[in-house]
Design a protein around this ligand. Structure first.
Ligand code: ADP
Length: 690
């Protein structure tokens, strides 16, 4: 019997008042054949009784002697999930229902039931029977007396018909439910698409408003300037230009957000993990946004629950971007009270994670709005947020960043009672990027892990044009036991390197006379084999690739983090190829934090700050001569040295000056120089600038 046959329901109900007939049905339907020669032989051999084999499919017969009894049985079995597929019903069954009534009642229970009405035909005419049992496609009439083969044929084909009917019903139902489900899915997809299209339209309206607002200012004030250039006082002109500048910068920020979002949506958000100090990221964020908070008379502070970690492994720049978004929002949506950043390390689950909560006392977000604010293009309440500006991109980008850093960004908030945004990111990850260092990802305290012997008596050549950077690097590496020699440009560096036995060279990339790239290529051509570490104020990946391709062993970005510098130098000198040029002696290794607290460092920083007035006047001179290349070089130098001495704002303004110089944007130079003068005045009190 095949699988299909096994699944067939061959249950047959026999309804007949004559007991003998039930036996006839049994014999006709489940007859057994004795045509089995092998069986016969087997029985003869072993002296067993020969058993007949059942022939064809087996039918399960259930018997009733009255119509009502039969229909009750039908009902009960249907309820038990064991329906009959066929009933043989006698026409005359006194004293109860006759065959026709029985059939009608039976079809009420199972309209699919196949029925054979057994009749002598003389009781009713065919027309009468048809009229009483419409529709007639489930009924056959079997004329008495029966023929056994005829009964078997009827049983086989009618039970099969019932089963096929059931199967057709089932597949129709499955088909209907699949169609229903698919229709529901399509409806949902359409609703989602409609919503997305609505959000995008709202977003486009928003972005267009955001871009148009500053554009109006840019166009308007430029026109005022052009039309009234001769009439306007220099102060008015400067004021108008400042408006144009800040409007353009605002636009740039929006465009950067859009680019970030499109990268995040395409899963192309670049993540560069490295060791970094989360405390520093928090402090710098607070420093950056401090003025904004102060303008609104809000407090802005950070606390750490437990010990703040010295260093974790994550993408510092992305973490900083995330935190700036959250703290920026918190300040934006708070009018009294303040904002607090709460940091803590979460242990458990076998991995360390960093949690940063940004808590504000601002307008809060309703439960309903919390469901959507992380979606791109969504603002909680456009009527409220219109007054605050923004595009609804910040949180979408921030959440993507948190997820890309192995964590999540969530919010708890109550309308009118403030909000807490919690960012959790993975704090350690075995895949650490090669040591590209920025001011943010430099790990304090790493130098303390260095073996004291690693730098003792190692000879290092520092090639750097900025005298303060030169001195500072010398100071910091000498404290770790290294012997330092200095060169102030690429040419001098190459000459010294080839003349003396150095274990390692620290090589600035942008220098007068000969730049670092030319110097490293020259040294490698002359088979110089010791490690050469590039120092550069350009933090781009391409710059790093260029340095490594030219022959540098490693790459450090300015401003120089002294701990990271020591760690990288120590690591390179500890490698087997780097045997000391002279014997090494062990001595304790102070870390850079100690150096930064030392008198020598303070003295050097003071000298550096004092030298800035001269730098500022050189810059003014260059501006007066419209020497943009010189301005770019001064900016580059400030960018590379300021942060090294702890003056992050100098690095920032240096970067701006460099960009303006390189981009030939002379119009904005005056303002940047004014800002530079302010900073210099603050850093070096009493030192005149002009
Ligand atoms: P944007 O600030 O540019 O509108 P975001 O994606 O950063 O975009 O924020 C989305 C929305 O979430 C904001 O428009 C604001 O309605 C709500 N929101 C975000 N941060 C806060 C907060 N700290 N307090 C109240 N509402 C907030």
């Amino acid at each position: 019997m095949n699988e299909l046959e096994e699944m067939m329901n061959r249950r047959i109900l026999i309804v007949d008042d004559n007991g003998d007939i039930h036996g006839d049905y049994q014999c006709a339907l489940n007859y057994e054949s004795d045509e089995d020669p092998l069986g016969e032989l087997e029985a003869a051999l072993f002296g067993e009784e020969r058993s007949a084999k059942p022939c064809g499919p087996r039918f399960e017969l259930v018997h009733a002697h009255q119509g009502q009894e039969g229909v009750d049985l039908l009902q009960r079995e249907a309820e038990r999930g064991r329906p009959f597929s066929l009933a043989f019903v006698d026409m005359r069954m006194p004293p109860g229902w006759d065959g026709l009534r029985t059939i009608r009642e039976a079809w009420r229970v199972d309209p699919q039931l196949q029925v054979v009405l057994c009749t002598a035909f003389s009781d009713y005419s065919w027309e009468q029977i048809l009229a009483a049992t419409t529709p007639g496609d489930r009924l056959l009439i079997l004329k008495k007396p029966f023929d056994a083969v005829e009964i078997r044929q009827l049983a086989l084909s009618l039970t099969t018909k019932w089963n096929l009917g059931r199967a057709a019903d089932r597949s129709q139902k499955e088909l209907e439910s699949a169609i229903e489900q698919r229709t529901a899915e399509l409806r949902l997809a359409k609703e989602t698409a409609d919503r997305a299209s609505r959000s995008k339209s709202e977003f486009l309206a928003n972005v267009s408003h955001e871009i148009r607002t500053p554009l109006t200012a840019i166009i308007g004030f430029t026109k005022l300037l052009i039309d009234g250039f001769d009439r306007l006082s220099p102060e008015e002109r400067l004021h108008y230009l400042e408006i144009v500048q800040s409007s353009a910068e605002h636009q740039l920020a929006i465009i950067n957000d859009l680019l970030d979002l499109s990268k995040a949506e395409a899963g192309r958000l670049q993540i560069h993990r490295a060791e970094c100090c989360p405390r520093r990221i928090v402090d710098e964020t607070i420093k950056t946004l401090g003025r904004l908070a102060a303008e609104k008379k809000l407090s802005l502070e950070s606390i750490w629950l437990g010990r703040a970690p010295e260093s974790i492994c994550t993408d510092a720049a992305r973490l900083r971007q995330l935190l700036i978004n959250l703290v920026g929002n918190a300040i934006k949506f708070t009018s009294s009270g303040g904002v607090q950043v709460v940091g803590q390390m979460l242990e458990g689950g076998g991995r360390a994670r960093l949690k940063l909560d940004v808590v504000d006392t601002g307008i809060g977000i309703s439960a309903e709005q919390q469901q959507t604010i992380f979606d791109p293009f969504v603002q909680a309440d456009s009527s409220i947020t219109r007054q605050y500006g923004g595009t609804g991109l910040g949180l979408a980008i921030s959440r993507s960043i948190a997820q890309a850093l192995g964590g999540e960004l969530t919010v708890t908030s109550r309308l009118g009672a403030g909000s807490t945004f919690s960012a959790v990111v993975d704090a350690e990850n075995p895949t650490v990027d090669p040591p590209t260092q920025t001011s943010e990802n430099a790990p304090p305290g790493l130098a303390a892990d260095l073996s004291a012997a690693s730098l003792a008596s190692r000879r290092i050549l520092v090639v750097e044009d900025n005298p303060f950077n030169r001195k500072l690097i010398k100071l910091s590496l000498e404290r770790l036991g290294a012997e330092i020699e200095l060169a102030e440009n690429g040419q001098a560096g190459v000459d010294r390197a080839l003349a003396g036995a150095f274990d390692l060279i620290l090589l600035d990339m942008q220098m007068p006379v000969m730049d670092g790239l030319t110097a490293v290529k020259l040294l490698r051509e002359k088979k110089y084999r010791q490690p050469i570490v590039a120092l550069t104020a350009h933090a781009l990946d391409e710059e790093r690739d260029r340095c490594l391709a030219a022959g540098c062993t490693d790459f450090l970005t300015k401003p120089i983090d002294l701990d990271h510098l020591a760690a990288v130098v120590g690591k390179l000198l500890a490698q087997p190829h780097s045997a000391p040029c002279r014997g090494a002696e062990s001595q304790p290794a102070p870390n850079a934090c100690e150096l930064e607290e030392s008198d020598e460092f303070a003295q050097l920083a003071k000298e550096y700050a004092a030298s800035l007035s001269e730098v500022a006047s050189r810059a003014r001179q260059a501006a007066a001569e419209r020497d943009l290349a010189c301005l770019a070089a001064i900016g580059h130098n400030l960018k590379g040295s300021g942060g090294t001495f702890g003056f992050a704002e100098l690095t920032e303004i240096g970067g701006r000056l460099e960009r303006l110089g390189a981009g030939q944007e002379f119009a904005r130079v005056a303002k940047v120089l004014d800002e530079l003068s302010d900073i210099v005045e603050r850093l070096a009190p009493g030192v005149g600038l002009r």
